[in-house]
Ligand binder design. Sequence first.
Ligand code: ZN
Length: 448
Amino acid sequence: MKNLITIIFLTFSILLIAQTDPKIYDIIEAVSEERLRNDVKTLADFGTRHTLSDTLSDTRGIGAARRWIKSQFDNISKDCNDCLEVFFQKDLVAKGTNQRIVKDVMVVNVVAIQRGTKYPNRYIIMSGDIDSRVSDPTDFTSDSPGANDNATGMAGAIEAARVLSKYKFESSIVYLGLSGEEQGLFGGQGMARYAQENNWDIIGVLNNDMIGNIEGVDGVIDNRTFRIFSEPITTAETAPERLARQARGRRFYGGEVDGISRQLARYVHKTTETYMPEMNPMMVYRLDRFGRGGHHRPFNDVGFAGIRIMEAHENYTQQHQDIRTENGIDYGDTFEHVNFPYCKKLTAVNAITMASLASAPPAPSEVGIGGIVEPSAKLKWNKVDGATGYKIYWRDTTSPTWDHSRYVGDVTEFTLEGIVIDNFLFGVAAVGKDGHESVVVFPNKIIR
Ligand SMILES: [Zn+2]
């Protein structure tokens, strides 16, 4: 009996292994702690990268910083036969737009696009921030190294580009440096608008903001846990009649915690658990930290999926602080506080999520569900070009993760015999070659 169990277990393990893509392990290995360290150092050494700081110097201020970031993407592109399209995206933000814009400023983002071979207009995006700040958000001259906040996210995006540019993907990957974060999320707003104007089909935005601190202000040290923040549902349901209809739909059919950003968060969670089991991904079911914001929000505001990836333990003496020593405490966001083995892990989480999504077919756009007063749940979806099959996921209504799944092959409808619709939540993902899956789509219509 014991042997039989062992055999079943081994067979099951092999089946599980067969669903993973060896390339993803290579990508994790290729992320370099050393290069992240060098890049965070270089960014911190620009003195300040405040959005309103000097743009003419070649050694100090945000102008020098963004030109250096662009030069890194240009160099990466040279090494891959010009595989990156690198450019500045900019918008003028007028003095007085809010209290933190004390003079007219050109908010400049750096964009690098690795064009997809099959779906050039579908984009998975990794963002970090260029800008930094000290105690006074309008102080654009004092030293503001912003090593953790957010040179780590920026360096992570550059390093992901170095690693992933060695591969070809079906969908496009965007490595993004955003500015104006600390002044009011202006860079993200500009970039979200740019994406809308150019009709980008965005799979999701992985916004990285502070991915290098492992020692919390309370002394807790943890180099395994990280947070994935996601809003529950999209807030882009503007028309009042639409709002009412959607609220009514959620009341009867569910979906309160199943918006597109939440599905993206679950995808990061699942990909991490599959390929980096040493890590402890922690989904937080809210837009961002309590009452606070980040650069995924402007994308959410216009209806794109977007999440924040971040350390689990923050240290507020090293965040938005003038560099000083007070009562024996060293304040300031300086280079020596950043933990690079951890920063490497979180960069790898981004890289493997993007590699998986950019290798997967698009998600089905229409998913119908039925089975009211029946013993089995029925699902039906549209055929996706490029999908080799589909996977139905379900979970207890109280569970945060898609705990059960069944691969159903290349069909567009399926009945889960004996699974009662009332007791679970359901979704469907498209599956492509090497087992790469789209994000899960929560049903958007009822079939009878
Ligand atoms: Zn900040």
